[in-house]
Design a protein around this ligand. Structure first.
Ligand code: FAD
Length: 538
C-alpha cells in the first residue's frame, strides 16, 4: 500500500525560496512539508548579493545576525572594480558605503549583505527545521500531481528507499527552480528573452588574493580586455573563496573541458596560489511565467521568473514571493482570508517579477552596449585615454547594477485587489533610489521606535493599525470590525512626530507582509468594507 501524508502546505524544492517560505510558514505556526530531491548540500556558489529587503525578512525570522556573520567580514569593502587584468590597469571603481557591516541606513534597519547561498541556504534550512510545524524531506522527488477541488495529491519518490508516497495538501507551492516540472506539467509558458548568454562558474580557492595584486580588496571585479569572453571574480567569504565567471558558449557546451588554469592566468592570476574546486554551467534568461497560480498550486522563485544575475535580483525577488504568499496561505487555512486573497498573489507578485526581470535585462543591455575600444589594455597614451573614456561611462551608467535600494525597497502593489487605493501618484520607480512612502501597496517605511527597534518590527503577525496622535473612539470600532471577521489586528499608537510625518497620514493600516493596505486622516465610515477588502473578501 502506498503511504499517505496529509499536510496543509506542500512546498516542492528546498532552494532559498522554498526554505524561506517554510521559515515564514513555520514562524506563523502553519504546518508544511518541503520535499527536495537533493541531499541539500550546497557545493557550488550561486547568489551572493542579498538586498536590504531580504535582510529585513531575515530580521523578522531572527536570522539576520547569522547571515551577517556568515557572509563577508563586516569591514570588507563592497567595492566593485573594472580592470584590464589583476596585474593590469584599473578602469573604474565603484564604492558602496551603504553595503555590508551592521549599521542601519536611514531607509532600512538592515543593509544589503554579501552572503552566498553556500551559507544562506543552510541558515534558512536550520531555521525552518527549528519549527515543530515544518517537515523537511530531503532526497524526496516530486513526480506528479492531481488537483481536486479541495486538495492537491502529489506523488513523491523517496530516493533512499525507492518507495513512493502520496502527499495530500490543501495547497502546493512550486519552488523547484527554473526547470520546474510543475510549470511544464501545467503548460505554463515563460515569456521574455531566453538564451541571453551562456556561462560557466568556476569555484576557486585563492587565499587573500588581494595580497598578490595591487588593486586592493574588492567584492566584485570585472575584467575588460577588448575582444573575448566576459570574465568576473565574485568574492564569497572575504578570505579565500571566489566565483570566477566566464561567458562563452564554447565553455558552456563543454564545462568538463574548461581549462580553468589558463582562463585564470589570462586575468592576471598566474602568480596567485589557487585551487579550482568545481565548474558548473548556466545560461541566462529574462523570462516570467504567464501564470503564478493554477487552482491550489502556486509558482514562486525561479519557477516563476528568471533573470540575468546582473543586479542580483533573482533570489531576492523570490524572497518577496515567499513573504507575500506566507500570510495569505495562513489566512486561507485559518479561514479569515476571503475567496480572492490567494488570487491577489499573482496580481501582486507577477508585475514585480516582470519589473525586476526588465530591470535586470536593462542592466545587461547597458553593460553590453559598452564596447571597449581595442587599445583599452595598452600601456600607451591612447590606451590611457580609452580607459578614461570607458571609466567615465561605467561610473555614469553602472551604479544601477550595484546599488539597488529602489528595486529592493521601492516596489508596490498597484493595482492590488486587497489594498485600498487613495488616488495619490506613485513615487518614481528607480533601481538605485528608494523614496519612502505609505501610499497603499508600498512597503511601510522604516523608522526607529527606540533603541534597536524599527517600525518594521511591528509587522508580521496580523495587521497593524498605526495611529498618530490621540486615537478617536472609531479606532475601537475598526478593531471590532476586524475581530468580527476573525482577522488578527492590533492598534499601535505612535507618539513620535518624526514618524508621524514619515507616515504621511494619521492612520496607516499595514498588512502582515509589511505593505500598506490603507491609509487616511480619518477612519472609514464603513469599517467592515475595509476589513473585507484587505482580507480579500470584497
Ligand atoms: C551565477 C549566478 C549568480 C547569481 N547571483 C544572484 C545574486 O547575487 N542575487 C540574487 O538575488 N540572485 C542571484 N542568482 C539567482 C539565484 O541563484 C536564484 O534566483 C535562486 O537560487 C532561486 O531560488 P529558488 O529557490 O527559486 O530555486 P533553486 O535555487 O533553483 O532551488 C530549486 C530547488 O528545487 C529542487 N527541485 C527541483 N525539482 C525537484 C523535484 N522534482 N522534486 C524535489 N525537488 C526538486 C532543486 O533540487 C533545488 O534545490 C544567481 C544565479 C546564478 C546562476
Amino acid at each position: 500500500m502506498v503511504a499517505r501524508l496529509e499536510i496543509p502546505v506542500l512546498i516542492v524544492g528546498a532552494g532559498p525560496v522554498g526554505l524561506a517560505l517554510a521559515v515564514d510558514l513555520g514562524w506563523r505556526g502553519v504546518s508544511c512539508c518541503v520535499v527536495e530531491e537533493t541531499d541539500g548540500v550546497i557545493d557550488h556558489p550561486r547568489a551572493t548579493a542579498i538586498n536590504a529587503r531580504t535582510m529585513e525578512f531575515c530580521r523578522r525570522w531572527e536570522v539576520a545576525s547569522a547571515v551577517k556573520k556568515a557572509g563577508t567580514p563586516p569591514d570588507f569593502p563592497h567595492t566593485v572594480l573594472f580592470l584590464t587584468r589583476l596585474d593590469g590597469f584599473e578602469i573604474a571603481r565603484i564604492e558602496r558605503p551603504g553595503h555590508g557591516g551592521g549599521d542601519a541606513t536611514p531607509t532600512s534597519p538592515e543593509r544589503p549583505q554579501r552572503c552566498n547561498q553556500l551559507w544562506l541556504d543552510p541558515i534558512l534550512r536550520d531555521r525552518a527545521a527549528g519549527f515543530a510545524s515544518v517537515t523537511l524531506a530531503y532526497r524526496s522527488r516530486f513526480e506528479s500531481l492531481i488537483q481536486h477541488e479541495d486538495r492537491v495529491e502529489a506523488t513523491i519518490l523517496d530516493l533512499a528507499s525507492g518507495e513512493r508516497r502520496i502527499v495530500s495538501a490543501q495547497y502546493l507551492v512550486d519552488c523547484s527552480g527554473s526547470h520546474s516540472p510543475i510549470r511544464h506539467a501545467f503548460g505554463i509558458a515563460m515569456n521574455g528573452t531566453p538564451g541571453i548568454d551562456y556561462n560557466v562558474s568556476i569555484f576557486v580557492r585563492a587565499p587573500e588574493m588581494w595580497r598578490h595584486h595591487d588593486k586592493g580588496k574588492a567584492a566584485l571585479i570585472h575584467f575588460i580586455t577588448g575582444a573575448g569572453p566576459r570574465r568576473s571574480l565574485v568574492l564569497l567569504d572575504g578570505r579565500e573563496l571566489w566565483r570566477f565567471g566566464v561567458t562563452g558558449k564554447e565553455f558552456y557546451d563543454d564545462p568538463d573541458g574548461v581549462d580553468c588554469a589558463r582562463l585564470f592566468d589570462e586575468i592576471g592570476g598566474a602568480a596567485i596560489p589557487r585551487q579550482f574546486l568545481s565548474v558548473r554551467r548556466w545560461s541566462a534568461r529574462d523570462v516570467v511565467a504567464d501564470r503564478y497560480r493554477v487552482g491550489r498550486v502556486f509558482l514562486a522563485g525561479d519557477a516563476a521568473h528568471i533573470n540575468h544575475p546582473d543586479g542580483g535580483f533573482g533570489l531576492n525577488t523570490g524572497m518577496g514571493d515567499a513573504v507575500d504568499l506566507g500570510w495569505k496561505l495562513e489566512a486561507a487555512l485559518a479561514r479569515w482570508g476571503g475567496a480572492s486573497l490567494l488570487d491577489s498573489y499573482e496580481t501582486e507578485r507577477r508585475p514585480i517579477g516582470m519589473r525586476n526581470v526588465r530591470q535586470a535585462a536593462e542592466n545587461l543591455q547597458i553593460k553590453k552596449a559598452r564596447e571597449p575600444e581595442p587599445g583599452i589594455a595598452e600601456a600607451s597614451e591612447a590606451g590611457a585615454a580609452a580607459r578614461r573614456r570607458l571609466g567615465d561611462r561605467i561610473r555614469r551608467d553602472s551604479l544601477r547594477n550595484y546599488v539597488t535600494d529602489g528595486t529592493a525597497l521601492g516596489y508596490g502593489y498597484d493595482p492590488s485587489p486587497i489594498c485600498w487605493p487613495d488616488g495619490t501618484p506613485a513615487p518614481p520607480d528607480t533601481i538605485t533610489q528608494y523614496v519612502p512612502t505609505t501610499r497603499p501597496g508600498s512597503r511601510a517605511p522604516h523608522a526607529w521606535l527606540g533603541e534597536g527597534r524599527s517600525t518594521l518590527d511591528l509587522f508580521g503577525k496580523g495587521f497593524a493599525l498605526l495611529g498618530f496622535g490621540d486615537l478617536p473612539p472609531e479606532t475601537a470600532t475598526l478593531a471590532a470590525a476586524f475581530a468580527h471577521r476573525g482577522v488578527p489586528m492590533r492598534v499601535v499608537p505612535v507618539a513620535d512626530p518624526v514618524i508621524a510625518s514619515l507616515y504621511e497620514r494619521r492612520f496607516v493600516l499595514v498588512r502582515p507582509d509589511g505593505h500598506v493596505a490603507w491609509r487616511g486622516d480619518a477612519l472609514p465610515d464603513d469599517p467592515i468594507a475595509l476589513v473585507d477588502r484587505v482580507r480579500g473578501a470584497a
